[in-house]
Design a protein around this ligand. Structure first.
Ligand code: F6P
Length: 559
């Protein structure tokens, strides 16, 4: 690796806010803020045809953003200043970009074709990946075709993934997104929360003789997952008259930690591994995706991986100006750093993508919710914004009012598909999917161009209502279209956002691959458990609020 890049990877002290590119963008924003989106379209009438990028099967229109050709040039200069392309190449080559944990971040290897070679720390990781994939494929085949049975010899009908965070959100989102591709006999369930309501509600639907539990945890030390897995094991043993031999038929583990898996009581023959260079929120395409593979089959899972890989290749090879993850990353930080946007909406016009915004919340907010650089210096700019969203058209009848006329600038990604996986005919003979997509197109149009006072008056709207009905427009959106929501397209979408998140982190100079911010809460929760449960709890807690709250809770619980 270029020694300069190696130095930047290990101790990045570039202050991006002190660069000429940053100052140019500040000046440019002041100029652009005086113009409306409709002015940009008037000045560049072909924007809708020109400000588009095709990446694998995704057709992305970014013309309805508050940016013109000059903006894009300045943003590209910013990316070059931050050496985004070199850092991308370093990540793809297995450099230890996760500096605080001294690890590579090599999720791209999880979707590398079998004939690729990626030697990291002296080891070809692609061969390892395909060995595990083959084992996952054989196991899923056995569950799907009924060769793997429960303790009474019946085929598996229900698969329960027990995991949390990256060990839950990806499989749960994918199971929903690929509803159309699921095995007809096998239902998927996802237990994550330490709230007993989660596991109780799930077990209530299940037959122990035909249920398979997948305990998914990278570390195999996560409190929520281990408790839920113990509850499930107890439930199974109760139904099986305490016969411990049934565990091997009904529990498998996915983890990097064989010792803890064995300590939990799961035979490591029933364990599928992955590696420390796979971050939790980047792990759907590792063994963590086992529940999804069982649901949709190994071939569809292979298509999902191929979709990831196609976007990886686009990210690796396309020049900055035509590179979808880089462009979307730069536009995202254009709004958060130069327009004070504090959130970003993701609005899938596909009900099957209901969990996609929640999945992206972990990907983006756990990756880039940081305020210090890799070198440990305070970051002088805002980093990740809040990501949120709901499928259209539900969102239209809930929060779009604020998108249209509220006082915040909230950039939004609209995601839609040309073909539904199943369509329905409306009573007048039309396509229900066309109704859905006409809402997609209408919303992005109205957000961009609004409705002016002049037009309202010309329509004869009562003068006192005019100010209420004015739609300001100039609300930025990016439209992401694809032919259909196939496994491959889902992989492409996820990889698009993974790399977009990476690009932003590289410009800010932060490490997107650690998550120290979630650790303290876990440690304090463990310490507080004793206070919560012990009626004789001695000294008051340091702060009067937490102390009084726990006392109130204990009293309410009769302690
Ligand atoms: O919330 C912190 C976190 O470490 C996530 O990054 C991770 O996805 C999740 O917990 C679950 O961790 P594990 O897979 O080790 O159980």
């Amino acid at each position: 690796m270029d020694p300069d890049i190696a130095a930047r990877v290990s101790n990045d002290d570039l202050d991006i806010t002190a660069t000429a590119a940053w100052s140019d963008l500040l000046d440019h924003q002041r100029d652009l803020a005086t113009r409306q989106m409709r002015d940009l379209f008037a000045a560049e009438p072909d924007r809708g045809r020109e400000m588009v990028v095709d990446a694998a099967d995704l057709h992305i229109d970014y013309s309805k953003n508050l940016a013109d050709a000059h903006t894009l040039g300045l943003l590209a200069a910013l990316a070059r200043e931050a050496r985004v392309e070199e850092l991308r190449d370093a990540m793809l080559a297995g450099a230890h970009l996760n500096t605080s944990e001294d690890r590579a971040a090599l999720h791209v290897a999880l979707r590398s074709p079998a004939d690729a070679r990626l030697v990291v720390d002296g080891h070809d990781v692609v061969a390892d990946v395909h060995r595990v994939l083959a084992a996952l494929g054989d196991f899923s085949d056995a569950v799907r075709d009924g060769a793997w049975t429960g303790y009474t010899g019946k085929a598996i009908t229900d698969v329960v993934n027990i995991g949390i965070g990256g060990s839950d959100l990806g499989p749960a989102m994918g199971y929903q997104a690929l509803r159309y591709y699921r095995h007809p006999r096998i239902r998927g369930h996802f237990v994550s929360n330490v709230d007993p309501g989660d596991v109780i509600a799930t077990l209530a639907e299940l037959d122990p003789e035909t249920t398979l539990f997948i305990v998914a945890s990278k570390t195999f030390t996560t409190q929520e997952t281990l408790i839920n897995a113990k509850v499930a094991r107890t439930w199974l043993l109760e139904q099986a008259d305490g016969d411990e031999t049934v565990i091997a038929k009904h529990f498998v583990a996915v983890s990097t930690n064989a010792a803890e898996v064995a300590a939990f009581g799961i035979d490591t023959d029933n364990m599928f591994g992955f590696w420390d260079w796979v971050g939790g929120r980047y792990s759907l395409d590792s063994a963590i995706g086992l529940s999804l593979m069982i649901a949709v089959g190994r071939d569809n899972f292979a298509d999902l991986l191929d979709g990831f890989h196609r976007m990886d290749e686009h990210f690796r090879t396309a020049p900055i100006e035509a590179n979808a993850p880089i462009l979307l990353g730069l536009l995202g930080l254009w709004y958060s750093n130069f327009w004070d946007a504090q959130s970003h909406a993701v609005l899938p016009y596909a009900n099957d993508l209901t969990r996609f915004p929640a999945y992206l919340q972990q990907l983006v907010m756990e990756s880039n919710g940081k305020s210090v650089t890799r070198g440990g210096r305070k970051l002088n700019a805002a980093s990740a914004t809040v990501v949120w969203g709901e499928p259209g058209t539900n969102g239209q009848h809930a929060f779009y009012q604020l998108l249209h006329q509220g006082s915040w600038l909230i950039p939004a990604d609209f995601i839609g598909f040309a073909e539904p996986l199943t369509d329905l005919t409306t009573p007048d003979g039309g396509s229900m999917h066309d109704l859905l997509m006409s809402n997609f197109f209408a919303q992005t149009e109205v957000l961009a161009f609004g409705k002016r006072e002049r037009a309202l008056k010309a329509e004869g709207v009562a003068p006192e209502l005019v100010p209420h009905k004015v739609m300001p427009g100039s609300r930025p959106t990016t439209s992401i279209l694809a032919p259909r929501l196939t496994p491959s397209v889902l992989g492409q979408l996820i990889a698009l956002y993974e790399h977009k998140t990476f690009v932003q982190a590289m410009v800010w100079g932060i490490n997107p691959f650690d998550q120290w911010g979630v650790e303290l809460g876990k440690a304090v929760a463990n310490a507080r458990l004793a206070v919560v449960t012990d009626p004789q709890s001695p000294a008051p807690l340091p702060d009067s609020s937490t102390d009084a709250l726990i006392r109130w809770y204990r009293a309410a619980r009769g302690r």
